[in-house]
Design a protein around this ligand. Structure first.
Ligand SMILES: [Mg+2]
Length: 461
């Protein structure tokens, strides 16, 4: 949090490794174009827990401080384990998983805060919303890391820019050759990706107040290695043609999943760098590490990892809420309000190009008790009716709960149990103050391979 520079620590690997660089002098076969390659971005929030603490306690900025896991609920923290610490504390020798006593020996002035996951989760959610808007597909892999597939977004930007160039071309006396056009486009492509990645970093910084390390590459594994390459506040871009040079001299443990034991086994085989791993016969690796693991590490080392960025659809949702102007128990009035909310939510679903499987509703009672119900379709849906048709049935699901509650009251308090389940009668005994709809199990609607919507609904809960 101590770096206010708008320009991140940036590495374009082509320049770093002196590989074939993009531009007019490139050979056609050595083109640096990303056009037919995926653009995968890995975003890692730097020192996430301590940075969250700095957001709510700005006096911590610039100080050595740590977030600690401790069972002590009250009073001064005297024991526990360091979950994460600020860069200032790292400089003093404090590390994650270190017992508190050791950390305090290394840094006697260490300021401590208890781990507060619910608070960090709210910040993470805010970040993921920003990242979601920057990507075609978002795969959140932890509270502070995510992969973004930005291929379509970048492709659209390139086409937009290319079309603009074509318009300009029409007024030029000298029309550039096909090769010149290609070179210009490749160059623009690279610059677009660089600008795009910087804009992601700047958005997270301005909207969430957090620094990130970002890696951009044609595969997930290389994007992850790239984001680790420079911390904090780093940006490392590995264009497709730069992949072999980038990986050549990196230690094998940079590959996610290669830990101490595998590293030791590889060392016994004379393999210490990813370049050496890439030149190893795949059969040798399969023989030593098994089919799945052997092939996986070889593919990653060769830059051939095809693992797609997968949306964690169960974690992705869109929701909306409405506080009623007057508390009500009336079912028909609630349905009218739900209808208005459906309009709003469906517009957002359409704008983002989602299909969905799960529709949920929330009722907040006047006494602030919150109840939710949801149902899932067997197949992905993309119509407004799929939301609106589900809502009366979901409201109906509150009846059994209410019946039990009212029957309980009737037994205990001798209160008359109202008839339920018909018309617009009062169907709950506490008025509703707020309603909400949540749509989850979302995927991007890409047009191809579209499943036909089915009307059958399965109860989700
Ligand atoms: Mg992190």
């Amino acid at each position: 949090m101590n770096n206010d520079s708008a320009i991140p620590d940036f590495t374009q690997i082509n320049e770093l490794t002196n590989n074939s660089s993009p531009g007019p002098s490139s050979d056609a076969g050595q083109s640096d174009s990303w056009n037919d390659k995926r653009v995968v971005v890995h975003v890692d929030l730097n020192s996430f827990y301590p940075s969250c603490e700095e957001l709510r306690f700005p006096l911590l900025v610039g100080k050595p401080h740590a977030v600690i896991m401790t069972r002590e609920e009250q009073g001064r923290i005297t024991k526990g384990v360091i979950a994460s610490c600020s860069y200032e504390a790292k400089k003093m020798g404090v590390r994650s998983a270190m017992p508190l006593s050791t950390a305090l020996k290394a840094c006697p002035d260490l300021v401590l805060n208890r781990v507060d996951i619910p608070y960090y989760a709210t910040i993470s959610e805010k970040v993921m919303k920003v990242l979601h808007d920057c990507s075609d597909i978002l795969e959140q892999t932890s509270i502070d890391e995510a992969f973004l597939d930005c291929s379509d977004k970048i492709h659209a930007l390139v086409i937009h820019k290319h079309k603009a160039t074509e318009v300009d071309d029409s007024v030029l006396v000298h029309r550039p050759s096909k090769r010149e056009c290609e070179s210009v486009r490749n160059l623009s492509n690279s610059h677009l990706i660089e600008d795009f990645a910087i804009s992601i970093k700047n958005k997270i910084k301005s909207e969430c107040g957090l620094l990130t390390s970002v890696g951009v590459a044609p595969t997930k594994s290389i994007a992850k290695i790239a984001s680790d390459f420079r911390k904090p506040d780093g940006l490392t871009i590995v264009p497709p043609t730069a992949v072999p040079n980038f990986l050549e001299n990196l230690e094998v443990e940079r590959i996610s999943g290669i830990g101490t034991i595998t590293k030791k086994s590889l060392k016994q085989m004379g393999i210490e760098t990813i370049g050496q791993l890439a030149r190893t016969d795949v059969q040798t690796l399969v023989h030593r590490f098994g089919n799945k693991y052997g092939i996986r590490m070889w593919k990653i080392a060769k830059g051939l990892d095809e693992d797609p960025v997968r949306p964690r659809s169960e974690h992705v949702s869109l929701s909306t809420e409405y506080t009623l102007p007057n508390f009500t128990k009336d079912k028909q009035r609630l349905l009218i309000h739900f209808d208005a909310l459906t309009d709003e939510l469906f517009r957002r679903i359409q704008r983002k190009g989602y299909r969905f499987r799960t529709v949920g509703i929330k009722l907040v009672h006047a006494d602030f008790v919150v109840e939710t119900r949801e149902r899932s379709y067997l197949h992905y849906q993309d119509t407004r009716q799929s939301i609106s048709n589900a809502i009366p049935g979901l409201l109906q699901k509150f009846y059994s709960t209410v019946t039990e509650r009212q029957e309980g009251q009737a037994a205990n308090n001798m209160i008359e149990n109202r008839p339920l389940n018909t018309g617009t009668e009062l169907f709950i005994n506490v008025p509703i103050r707020k309603i909400g709809i949540k749509i989850s199990n979302l995927i991007l609607n890409r047009g191809s391979g579209k499943e036909e919507g089915q009307s059958s609904i399965l109860d989700y809960l």
